[in-house]
Design a protein around this ligand. Sequence first.
Ligand code: ATP
Ligand code: MG
Length: 391
Amino acid sequence: MSSAQAVASVPGAEDPLGGPSARVAALEVVNLQKRFRRAGGTVVKAVDELSLRVDPGEFVVLLGPSGCGKTTLLRSVAGLEHPDAGKVSIGGQTVFDSERGINAGPEHRNFSMVFQSYALWPHMSVFNNVAYPLRNGRPRPSRSEIREQVNTALQQVGIAELADQYPNQISGGQQQRVALARAVVKGDDLVLFDEPLSNVDAKVRDQLRYELLAMQDRLGFAALYVTHDQAEALQLADRVAVLGEGSIRHLGPPGEVYSRPASPYVANFVGTANTLQGRVVTSDASEVVVETTLGQIVGPPPSAADLVDGDDVMVMWRPERTTTSSQEQATNSWPATLVRSSFMGSYIEDLYQADELSLLVWRSEGSGGVSDGDTRWLTVEPADIRVLKQD
Ligand SMILES: Nc1ncnc2c1ncn2[C@@H]1O[C@H](COP(=O)(O)OP(=O)(O)OP(=O)(O)O)[C@@H](O)[C@H]1O
Ligand SMILES: [Mg+2]
């Protein structure tokens, strides 16, 4: 990587007309591509023609299974990986452009990064770890400014009293707080996170998530945050980008990704879903009807009018969108036998069997009054049905 190359301004970033569309992105990735050649010669497309924009102050979460390219994308943004093609700009500065031969080194890119392994200096105290980016930054603040900024950052993550300790003297959760303090101390507008909470235990993780959100509210940085934990993604994100094999399969607010997933891949990866295969019988402006092993299922009108009669589709709905009754309802109602009820803490998960098909129903505790072996009618409103073309 050639760090000597200049950091260029993005053409058009200063739009004389102003307005929201002219807002400079905190991060813009355009048609980024990164391939790896594995031992043996096979080529993996780790990042495949991927484009993504993160606005100032926005929290975007990259969610996807192991090996789908999350870390490679983050490392490409950071300048730790040399992509094959595409562009990256941070705060309006082009830091990578394959066509123009621009590839700024990490030290010339304005961002901070938090890793899964806390990556603290073991021979430095907590204070000196957090002060490190300030002492090595340009311009370098005065000693008293450094002291003040480090103390503020340590207070923000609730570990001011640990300033003189060394990393091996504090817990994993505390070490990750040090890493967070170090990431925000310089006040960068973009912070990259690669699974920062996956090494801390569940309770500390929940707490750190809230603290991270509070810190982001206060400081206003934009975040690109990698996780493979869907609950974490839904909780933290302004927008979630669901990745599969190096490309974005769905980018949208958490509620949209959960309720209206773009494809079977997204539906299966985010949340729990009841799914079955089917074929479109009719599709018009008012509804879509799909033939399935449960009979005909009615769904809402397809949004993009992209379903035609005869299409092979996947029908899906969420367990909490199912109601049960002792009588058949007018639409989307099927008899099923309760196999097992599981207490899940905040809800009950009922597993039903409808012929060959297993279906999950979530209900609140105290509702229902069903016993194993009972037969009930399961009903789903057409509006809660998603009909998705096969990937
Ligand atoms: N240096 C490398 N050499 C060869 N292949 C690599 C290299 N780095 C990553 N890959 C491959 O690129 C793909 C994407 O890897 P990446 O580490 O970005 O995945 P990830 O989504 O971060 O996964 P995880 O959730 O397990 O961290 C994988 O198939 C991986 O095997
Ligand atoms: Mg990774």
